[in-house]
Design a protein around this ligand. Structure first.
Ligand SMILES: C[S@@+](CC[C@H](N)C(=O)[O-])C[C@H]1O[C@@H](n2cnc3c(N)ncnc32)[C@H](O)[C@@H]1O
Length: 347
C-alpha cells in the first residue's frame, strides 16, 4: 500500500498526505520515514494522537490533529485549516484544537493559502461512517487531488433502527433501485452489513481443518447461549469487552463457566447453579443441530463477497455521480487483511 500511495502522490504532484483516522500513525510514519513525504494525520482519539506522537521520531514530518471527521462543513473548515497551517518544522506534534484565529474563516484567506497545497487523502480501514465522511470531505476540499481509502466494520454504520442507515445507500443509483417500500425483514439490515465485513472466501481456503472445526464449535456454543437468552427472556450483560478467550471453548462446560464469570445481572431468583443447569439442558437440546453450523457458514462465505461488493459499488457510484473519477482496486492480498479493496478517486 505504501508504494502505491507514493506512486499516486507523485503522479498527482501532491505536496502533503492527509491520513484520515490515522490511529497510531503507522501509515504516516512509514510514508515519512521511507519516502520523506509530509503527512498530517486526523484522529478522533486523543490517546491515539499521543501514541502516534510517541512513536514518531523528532525529525519526522508527521503530525496529528485530534478531530472528529464527519460530513459537516465545520469539519471541512477544520481540515482545511490544519492542512493550510501544516508546518513541517512543527511536525511530530499533536494539536488538539486549531488556533481560534485560524478558525476565523472570514479573516483568514484559506482558499488562497490552501491552494498552495495539493493533498493526497488516504484512509486505511476507515471504520463505519468514517469512509462516507472521508468521501464527503474529499469532494468538498478543492486541494484534495487524489484519494485512497479502504473501509471496514460496515455494521458500525450509523442506524436508528438497524434497517435504514444514514450512509447506506449513498449513491442515487442504489437509492433509486433499492426498494424502500419493502418490509423491514427483506431489507439489508445490520446483520447483513456485519456479514459483509467477515472473512473472505480465500481466507477460509487457507484455514486448516482444525481451525474450521474450532470456528464451528465457537459458533455453536454462542448459539446455545443465544438460544438460552431467547428461551428464558434473559439478557446476559457482558462485564468485559470480550466474553471469553479461545481457551474457554475446550468443552461446553469450560465455556459456560468462563461466560458466567464474565456476565452481570442474574435475576435474584436465578442462582448461578440453576442458570448453569439450564444452559447444559439447552446444549443437549441443540447438539443434534451442530453439524449444520458448517453449512450455514458456507452460505455466509458465499454472501460475504456479494454484500461487500454492493457496499463498495455504492460508494464508487456516489463519487462518480459527484463527477469524481473513481476505481475500486485490490491493494494487497486479502490474507494480509480481508478489507483489501480501496476506493481510488482523483480530480
Ligand atoms: C480501524 S482503525 C485504523 C487506524 C489506522 N488507519 C490503521 O490502519 O492503523 C480506525 C481509526 O479511525 C479512528 N476514527 C474512527 N472514527 C473517526 C472519526 N469520525 N474521526 C476521526 N477518526 C476516527 C479511530 O479512532 C481509529 O483510530
Amino acid at each position: 500500500m505504501i508504494p502505491f500511495i507514493k506512486e499516486k502522490f507523485v503522479a498527482h504532484k501532491c505536496t502533503l498526505v492527509a491520513d484520515i483516522g490515522c490511529g497510531l500513525g503507522y501509515l504516516g510514519n512509514a510514508l515519512t520515514s521511507l519516502y520523506n513525504i509530509d503527512v498530517k494525520g486526523f484522529e478522533l482519539r486523543a490517546s491515539n494522537c499521543q501514541s502516534a506522537r510517541n512513536y514518531t521520531s523528532n525529525s519526522s514530518s508527521f503530525a496529528t490533529e485530534q478531530l472528529i471527521v464527519d460530513k459537516s462543513i465545520e469539519c471541512t473548515k477544520a481540515i482545511q485549516t490544519a492542512l493550510t497551517y501544516h508546518d513541517k518544522t512543527k511536525a511530530a506534534s499533536v494539536s488538539s484544537k486549531p488556533n481560534p484565529e485560524q478558525l476565523n474563516l472570514s479573516s483568514s484567506p484559506l482558499r488562497t493559502r490552501s491552494s498552495d497545497q495539493r493533498i493526497c487523502m488516504v484512509g486505511l480501514h476507515c471504520c463505519g461512517d468514517l469512509t462516507p465522511a472521508t468521501l464527503f470531505q474529499f469532494h468538498h476540499l478543492d486541494e484534495c487531488k487524489v484519494l485512497i481509502c479502504l473501509g471496514c466494520c460496515y455494521h458500525r454504520l450509523c442506524s436508528e433502527n438497524k434497517t435504514s442507515f444514514e450512509n447506506f445507500p449513498l449513491s442515487m443509483k442504489l437509492k433509486t433501485e433499492y426498494d424502500f417500500t419493502q418490509p423491514n425483514d427483506r431489507k439489508l439490515n445490520g446483520l447483513a452489513l456485519r456479514l459483509a465485513c467477515q472473512e473472505t472466501k480465500s481466507r477460509w481456503l487457507c484455514k486448516t481443518e482444525q481451525e474450521v472445526n474450532n470456528h464451528s464449535k465457537h459458533v455453536a456454543f454462542r448459539a446455545v447461549l443465544e438460544y438460552y437468552c431467547w428461551k428464558t427472556g434473559s439478557s446476559l450483560t457482558k462485564k468485559h469487552k470480550k466474553l471469553t478467550g479461545s481457551a474457554a471453548f475446550k468443552t461446553f462446560e469450560t465455556y459456560i463457566d468462563a461466560v458466567l464469570s464474565r456476565v452481570d445481572d442474574f435475576s435474584p431468583l436465578d442462582s448461578i447453579i440453576t442458570v448453569r443447569q439450564d444452559l447444559l439442558l439447552c446444549y443437549e437440546e441443540c447438539k443434534p443441530y451442530f453439524s449444520c453450523v458448517m453449512w450455514y457458514n458456507a452460505l455466509q462465505v458465499m454472501m460475504q463477497g456479494v454484500l461487500e461488493s454492493l457496499i463498495l459499488r455504492d460508494r464508487k457510484e456516489y463519487l462518480l455521480e459527484l463527477g469524481i473519477y473513481c476505481q475500486l482496486i485490490s491493494l494487497f492480498d486479502d490474507e494480509i487483511s480481508p478489507r483489501n479493496i480501496a476506493l481510488l478517486a482523483w480530480k
